[in-house]
Write a protein that binds this ligand. Structure first.
Ligand code: ZN
Length: 401
């Protein structure tokens, strides 16, 4: 059994880690708290950049559905007309071992081993500029120089050097915080109490699992993952529905933080799954996808961006998107927009000019003086659509300063 698999069992399945692992956790915890204290006292300097920074991260090691969330958030802010960029460390690229402050601008032609599988996926799915660097402050500054007005920092909860406006923490809805212990005896990268300090806690992929542990704040929001259409990894065949594989035996391949979640989703859709687990950010080779039984192969999107060059014809990937209940989405967006003061930096979708937040008889509106339009703000969330905006008479009091 590999160390990785054994640790997962200790963290998520056993009640107690062995004593020699437990004695290391207080040391780790002391280092984490000391670092936070040094930043709080200003002994270690955090850098504030010129635009709002939204940090998306987690308090545990491993996958929590962060990538679909970042893609969703970037897309949602873009529909509001905000030029948004994503900065990430680029896990899973071949140069991570080397200390480098290079900044990579991810474009569609990049390879996953250059920029990391998650960075490439975020770029392809969101269409937003994505910057990869170990130095997230430098990456954010590069994004701002290129015109970003909002920066999403992927996996930046513990990267305290980049000062943030809003923090969102994601927690795996099924595994929760595991045994609740700090590394290495448990999966926690910092104390569970940290969840009480962020703007929103999002429980991801929540299903009929063990349920979240008691230390998760009561107001946590729920994010589901939805995916119905399978795409051929080599890009040749046309899409197939997941349902069309129901009752069929398939090889399921996942090199993500929590492969079990992917296998469970396929089983829930009625597939007979032969699971193949790979380490997170695994670099695939042709023979990884060659199995004795010649069955269809189904993998996650994050795996697929690394297999396009050599995937056989019967190899499919299942893109998933974050999905929120309408009420949870409103709460989440409102907190982000308010806390990051994003309403102040929205631009008019027509003339790209400035907007002014004003009070109308019907509530708050965003006024474009040049176009004489008032965009409604409903439940704290602006609706930046021309057909939803109210045309103002030249004498309208909203146009007066
Ligand atoms: Zn305008």
């Amino acid at each position: 059994m590999s160390l990785d698999v054994w640790l997962q069992q200790v963290w998520y399945e056993r009640a107690r880690a062995p004593w020699w692992l437990r004695i290391c956790s207080p040391v780790y915890g002391a280092v984490v708290r000391l670092r936070a204290w040094l930043y709080a006292r200003g002994w270690l300097q955090s850098v504030r950049v010129a635009v709002p920074v939204i940090v998306v991260g987690n308090v545990t090691v491993g996958g929590t559905g962060k990538t679909p969330f970042v893609i969703w958030l970037a897309g949602r802010l873009r529909t509001l007309g905000l030029p948004v960029a994503v900065v990430t460390r680029g896990y899973g690229r071949s140069s991570t071992g080397r200390v480098t402050t290079d900044i990579l601008r991810v474009d569609d032609s990049c390879r996953a081993d250059e920029v990391g599988d998650e960075a490439l996926l975020i770029r392809r799915r969101s269409g937003c500029p994505v910057y990869v660097s170990r130095d997230r402050v430098a990456a954010a500054q590069a994004a701002i120089a290129d015109g970003a007005r909002v920066v999403i920092a992927d996996d930046g909860l513990q990267h305290l050097r980049l000062a943030r406006t809003v923090e969102i923490a994601l927690v795996d809805g099924q595994r929760g915080l595991g045994n609740g212990a700090l590394l290495p005896a448990g999966p926690l990268r910092e104390d569970a109490a940290r969840l009480g300090t962020v703007a929103a806690v999002v429980l991801t992929g929540s299903g009929p699992g063990a349920g979240p542990s008691a230390s998760i704040p009561a107001g946590a929001l729920r994010m589901g993952l939805a995916g119905e259409l399978l795409q051929a990894v080599n890009g040749v065949a046309i899409d197939r529905t997941l349902r069309s594989f129901a009752g069929q035996r398939v090889h399921a391949v996942a090199g993500i933080g929590n492969p079990g979640r992917f296998f469970a989703a396929l089983r829930a859709a009625g597939l007979d799954v032969v699971p193949h687990r790979f380490p997170d950010h695994h670099r695939y080779a042709r023979w990884d996808l060659q199995f004795d039984e010649d069955l269809p192969v189904i993998m996650t999107e994050k795996d697929a961006v690394k297999c396009q060059a050599f995937a056989p014809a019967h190899c499919w990937c299942l893109p998933v998107s974050a999905a929120f209940a309408a009420a949870d989405e409103r709460v989440l967006l409102r907190r982000i927009l308010m806390d990051a003061r994003l309403l102040d930096i929205l631009a008019c979708p027509l003339c790209k000019g400035p907007l002014q937040l004003a009070d109308d008889s019907s509530g708050k509106v965003l006024v474009c003086r040049a176009d004489r339009l008032a965009f409604p703000v409903r439940d704290g969330i602006p609706v930046m659509l021309e057909e939803e905006a109210r045309q103002l008479e030249s004498t309208d009091p909203l146009l007066e300063r």
